[in-house]
Design a protein around this ligand. Structure first.
Ligand code: SF4
Length: 628
């Protein structure tokens, strides 16, 4: 049996840190590898040939030599997951879907995939493997019991190219004891935390160490859900680090009650955890009460964050706006808190109701659910729930303003200074060799700080003082994070209004520069009156002039630079000699790849040598290609 496992392309988000990955970090393509697929691979019979393709770092194979295609993914990957399922199914492969979205709503997939694996896969996946080998796979494998994590195998890390990610991943526990109303974790994994043994973690770390990983993210949703066991694990990790001369820099997700346990905090430091991600959600106690996040009410969250800092551990945090209790004043209150707390990675989302959560049920009861939205992307500027007092337009304006102020040069710098006062002896030391560190600093200065002009240079310098060498790597890291989030916000939150005129005539310039090299009906612009988001489709047919590619690159780059244009390049067929020029054009456009759609005819598939994962590869089925 041959099995191809695919992690679908993730949409751009604050989490993708695309600017940092593309412009600053050497050789990286994405933040985290698909750990779930590596676990599935480890659960697959040894006699099977297994390949993992992560569409976020490599080209998805358009004509794979495989029997089964397995596609994972979270809610935000839903639309790409659907396209991949349809494409590979039309080609005659047996397609299996799993992951968070399929686990929450398996019924959504029954017509799209041949098999749905819903819930944790440790017991169901081996059953599917046995069934398909015997020739009678079922349509649905649903885990309804409790998986003992002690039976979970060491993931096949060897099938991932870890060098392409900024951090490797590992999972210690599943489940969380708390009852936040919006949370889907307790729906999927339950409220009784289950954990792996220290011996399992040792084997996983040994494997990651052999593969050269240095930064490891424990992807638990709450690593301290069972505090006694968490302490035992941290003691084990501290010994492991000592015995191997601290090979790893760790990070994880925890609940804010970590701050009230000094022993736990000391153990996190001893085990070399440089940062923790915490769901703070709101600094307004009434919003926290409304959503059932009572663990954050035990003390002032600002005091809690600063106590974590005092142990040398950085805090990344999630925030939510749009609770029923929230008013327009809440947005400024949130900004003020985030600034005071000095949290650079502050992920603020609009409250959204995920399927099967308590919030979803309440919104349905109250008739406040928007069925047209699924709620999976909470930074999409449109939630799937109706707020009782803030209308949509005002919500979006307030949200944009909040991020505009947070991500200003002054906002980034102020948070660094506020954090540095409390985080005096950070665990985080950069984790890079000297040469890599100098390279990163040089690129940050050249590509991030200097292009911001005198104002940014001024705020950058202010953030360095008082200068303390121990804090310097964190200052650099925070600028990279801040500027990355700003790049995303600029492209996705602050883009020009719909009716922005094309004052410089850039669309006309595109038309003039390339129109003559195409047949009349091969280029199409949907909106020439608005410059905000024109849709440009160019079909590269047989009659294409050879001068098209050199002429097209510059005006198309300018168009993508200065607007929210979406460009679709359809290449059905092409003389052999044109292919390198086409690839050169794509290389020039790669920086805007999230807005470039590439559709290839059957004759071109497999002939492209360029990394297409930087673009949106349109998976149009080619007639007559189905069947293997
Ligand atoms: S603390 Fe986090 S994981 Fe636990 S229920 Fe609340 S949101 Fe979910």
């Amino acid at each position: 049996m041959r099995l191809l496992l695919i992690n679908p392309r993730l949409p751009e988000s604050f989490w993708s840190f695309k600017w940092a990955v593309n412009s600053i970090l050497p050789g990286k393509r994405a933040v985290n590898p698909p750990l779930g697929l590596a676990t599935i691979a480890a659960l697959t019979p040894e006699t099977w040939e297994v390949v993992i393709v992560d569409e976020n770092i490599e080209t998805v194979p358009l004509a794979p030599n495989t029997d089964i295609v397995g596609i994972g993914g979270m809610g935000v990957q839903l639309s790409r997951q659907r396209e991949l399922l349809a494409y590979y199914r039309a080609r005659g492969h047996h397609v299996v879907v799993g992951g968070a979205a399929a686990s929450l709503e398996p019924e959504r997939y029954l017509g799209l995939a041949d098999t749905v694996v819903a819930g944790e896969a440790e017991y169901t996946w081996p059953r599917f493997c046995r069934d398909i080998e015997a020739g009678h796979p079922q349509a649905l494998y649903q885990e309804t019991g409790t998986v003992d994590l002690a039976t979970s195998p060491v993931p096949r890390f060897d099938l991932l190219d870890l060098s392409k990610y900024s951090s490797a991943t590992l999972q210690y526990s599943r489940g969380c004891p708390f009852t936040c109303e919006f949370c889907d974790i307790i729906v999927m994994f339950g409220r009784k935390p289950r954990t792996k043994t220290s011996d399992q973690i040792r084997r996983e770390l040994d494997s990651l160490r052999q593969l050269g990983a240095r930064s490891v993210f424990f992807v638990d949703d709450n690593m301290i859900g069972h505090k006694r066991r968490a302490k035992a694990l941290l003691q084990f990790l501290a010994h492991y680090q000592q015995n191997h001369r601290s090979p790893f820099s760790f990070g994880t997700e925890v609940s804010l009650d970590l701050a009230q346990d000094d022993e736990l905090l000391a153990l996190f430091r001893a085990a070399h955890f440089g940062w923790v991600f915490v769901g703070i959600e709101s600094s307004d106690p009434n919003s926290l009460k409304e959503t059932g996040k009572t663990q954050n009410l035990r003390e002032d969250p600002l005091v809690a964050v600063r106590r974590i800092y005092s142990h040398g551990i950085d805090v990344l945090a999630g925030f939510i706006v749009g609770f029923d209790n929230d008013s327009p004043a809440t947005f400024e209150q949130q900004r003020h808190f985030i600034t005071e707390a000095g949290i650079q990675s502050a992920m603020v989302g609009l409250l959204a109701a995920l399927p099967r959560t308590a919030l979803h049920a309440r919104m349905a009861r109250e008739g406040r659910l928007r069925v047209s939205e699924d709620g999976f992307d909470n930074t999409s500027l449109r939630s799937n729930i109706v707020h009782p007092s803030i209308d949509d337009e005002q919500m979006v304006t307030l949200y944009r303003t909040l991020y505009r102020r947070l991500l200003s040069d002054q906002g980034i710098s102020q948070r660094i200074r506020n954090k540095s006062r409390y985080l005096t002896d950070p665990v985080y030391g950069g984790g890079y060799h000297l040469g890599e560190g100098i390279g990163i600093l040089g690129r940050l200065l050249l590509r991030g700080i200097l292009p911001g002009g005198l104002s940014r240079i001024h705020h950058f310098l202010r953030s360095l003082f008082p200068f303390r060498p121990a804090v310097f790597p964190l200052v650099i890291s925070d600028w990279i994070v801040g500027l990355s989030m700003r790049a995303f916000a600029r492209d996705h939150l602050w883009y020009p209004a719909e009716d922005t005129p094309d004052e410089n005539g850039i669309l006309d310039q595109v038309q003039a520069a390339i129109g003559n090299h195409l047949r009349r009906d091969e280029m199409w612009v949907s909106q020439t009156t608005s410059f905000a988001a024109p849709e440009l489709t160019i079909t590269l047919g047989a009659g294409l002039s050879r001068w098209f590619f050199p002429k097209a690159a510059r005006p198309l780059c300018r168009l993508l630079d200065r607007s929210r244009a979406r460009l679709t390049l359809k290449a059905r067929e092409m003389p052999e000699g044109y292919l390198p020029q086409f690839e050169r054009l794509l290389s020039r456009l790669a920086g805007h790849g999230d807005r470039v759609f590439v559709e290839l005819g059957g004759a071109l598939r497999g002939r492209m040598t360029i990394d297409l994962s930087r673009f949106n590869v349109v998976l149009a089925p080619v007639p007559g290609e189905a069947g293997q």
